[in-house]
Design a protein around this ligand. Sequence first.
Ligand SMILES: Cc1cc2nc3c(=O)[nH]c(=O)nc-3n(C[C@H](O)[C@H](O)[C@H](O)COP(=O)(O)OP(=O)(O)OC[C@H]3O[C@@H](n4cnc5c(N)ncnc54)[C@H](O)[C@@H]3O)c2cc1C
Length: 412
Amino acid sequence: MKRTDTIIIGGGQAGLAMSRCLTDDGIDHVVLERGRVAERWRSERWDSLRLLSPKWHTRLPGFRYQGADRDGFMTMPEIISYFERYAQSFAAPVQDETTVLGVERAEDGYRVRTDQGDWEAPTVVVATGHSDVPFVPKAAAGLSPNVHQVVPSHYKYPDQLPQGGVLVVGASASGIQLAQEIHRSGRPVTLAVGHHIRIPRRYRGRDISWWLEASGILDERAERAFNLESARRQPSLQLVGTPDHKTIDLGVLQDEGVRLAGRVDSTDGTRIRFRDDLESNIGAAEDKLDRVLGRIDAFIGETLMAADASDRCSPIVAKEAPTELDLRDAGISSVLWATGYRRRYPWLNVPVLNIRGEIIHDEGVTPAAGLYALGLNFQRTRKSSFIDGVGDDARALAEHITRRFHRSSIAA
Ligand SMILES: Cc1cc2nc3c(=O)[nH]c(=O)nc-3n(C[C@H](O)[C@H](O)[C@H](O)COP(=O)(O)OP(=O)(O)OC[C@H]3O[C@@H](n4cnc5c(N)ncnc54)[C@H](O)[C@@H]3O)c2cc1C
């Protein structure tokens, strides 16, 4: 049995940021990672993916992008190397190839069972990722076995798919990128569009990330959210990072020949039914877009900042959408479910999960003393699950952990 003060589970950006903060505070700890540092970026992303955050917008505690291409977007090899250099910069105590199999209460905190032996510590931080397990709607089960089905974390490049058309389900960050890439590879794409958040890449002369940060939108606290549960379930922004800094939205995709449809409702063999909600989904996204851009305009007005004139995005006018398709007749051989992620904690044997299987927490502090979560969507602020946002949350948790150790050393 090995002992330390804090066990961090997961060696992605959240686990590393936490490790850096605990290192700064002199707290002994270990990071247990089932693969290698930044494993998701190595094994669960597609080949052409670039970050949607500009390079300057990847700051972590004690580390930032230092190159000249500040406004560019990192490729996957670049982001992996970035995280490797981050871990090396403070000699992060990562024990890789170590899968956590169980977390139980122990006399003095928690026992963490792994496939490389057991650990004990008074505090544990769960940093296993918000985008953990791909979520696939129940309708997928009704599809014929002849239809190839894939999720973004298993998709690498278009030629991996069987010949023929592709139905991409989901029009958030992953869905729109993959719809464009697959369509451009010569496979006709139909895109099923549900709830989504439209946002332009650039607005009034600057990258949208700059405005979201400067106007304070990214720093909005969870405690101020009108409906926090629903805010935490928001889909990712419809945003991509490409060398030309162009926006991809439903209008761009439609102009390139992608056929738009409403949300997938049900399936039966090769038949698929769509809801008649494409227009209303687009309308809801336009309203949200107007509110966000309106807040940025107001910020510019209040601060008297110099900014280009308003360049509101042109409205998206959808062509007639199918309500039903026979995939075989339509020449569609694959369905790509870009329908988001869920979290799974089958190894967490501490009663902190709610009815949906999500960790119950207040800004990362769970009801079980000494057990914390980090990297969840809107955990503390809107930016909590972003590379640039997790650092603030890690600092706050490190303070909490340090206070806890301080109190127990006074009591001893
Ligand atoms: C396709 C995609 C693109 C994204 N692009 C951006 C972007 O451009 N900018 C941005 O800011 N954010 C982006 N995000 C959001 C976010 O930054 C990533 O999801 C990021 O990977 C989250 O980091 P994390 O450390 O919280 O979790 P993860 O990166 O998921 O790390 C969790 C780690 O825990 C490990 N683990 C899991 N279970 C166990 C176990 N039982 N035992 C041991 N280890 C375990 C995993 O191997 C993994 O390495 C993107 C997300 C996705 C899905």
